[in-house]
Design a protein around this ligand. Structure first.
Ligand code: 5GP
Ligand code: ZN
Length: 112
């Protein structure tokens, strides 16, 4: 049995607020949103960090779904930001790869 929080979401053991799902991917609302739209997009299979992403097909699926979800959420025309935090310097807290999709307001740059 996995102890990984996002694996539990991928398997349905824990039910987040899902906005998109297919065979390979799950997208759900962040529990602590940093913007009016804050979605997390994960592969269903466990990949701990971006450093561990070796499957180019899966990488393509993850990236390709971003604009589709942005359009679904209505943030594509005004724009949005995607973030992947990796390991401690990147601020990663959950060690199951995820893309943050943030939108619905003007986001500042550079990040802290
Ligand atoms: P990280 O810092 O690893 O890039 O981001 C982890 C994200 O997961 C954070 O934005 C945090 O708010 C979110 N998160 C942590 N626990 C939960 C949870 O139980 N449910 C949901 N929906 N998001 C979570
Ligand atoms: Zn996992």
């Amino acid at each position: 049995m996995t102890e990984c929080l996002f694996c539990k979401m991928a398997s349905g053991e824990i039910k987040p607020d899902v906005v998109f799902e297919n065979e390979y991917l799950l997208a759900f609302r962040d529990i602590n949103p940093r913007a009016p739209v804050h979605i997390l997009i994960i592969p269903k299979q466990h990949v701990a960090t971006l450093n561990d992403l070796e499957d180019a097909t899966l990488a393509g699926k993850l990236l390709q779904i971003v604009p589709a979800i942005a359009k679904q959420q209505g943030i594509a025309p005004d724009g949005y930001r995607t973030v992947i935090n990796c390991n401690s310097n990147g601020g990663q807290e959950v060690y199951h790869l995820h893309i943050h999709l943030l939108g619905g307001r003007k986001l500042s740059w550079p990040p802290g």
